[in-house]
Design a protein around this ligand. Structure first.
Ligand SMILES: [Zn+2]
Length: 81
């Protein structure tokens, strides 16, 4: 469940949320939060900001997303670009 706009991944067509990291980089994350996710999302205007949560703060959370780089079956092909 998510309130953020999703886009189909260009490679595997799974819905992803495009976010902007603290460094201003674009980072796609899986639309569905998972118990082994690492990224917290916050809405900021029409952007979604992402922040990697430290391991010690992840325990028990169910609202963290996985970077799509790590779950996309096609990651090896599009990471090179
Ligand atoms: Zn993908």
């Amino acid at each position: 469940m998510t309130d953020y706009p999703t886009t189909p991944c260009g490679s595997c067509k799974k819905p992803v949320i495009w976010t902007v990291t603290a460094n201003g980089k674009r980072l796609p994350v899986d639309a569905q939060p998972t118990s082994d996710g690492t990224v917290a999302l916050t809405a900021a205007g029409n952007q979604v900001r992402s922040r990697v949560v430290e391991v010690k703060f992840r325990f028990g959370r169910r609202d963290l997303h996985k970077a799509h780089f790590s779950s996309c079956p096609q990651a090896n092909t599009w990471r090179r670009r």
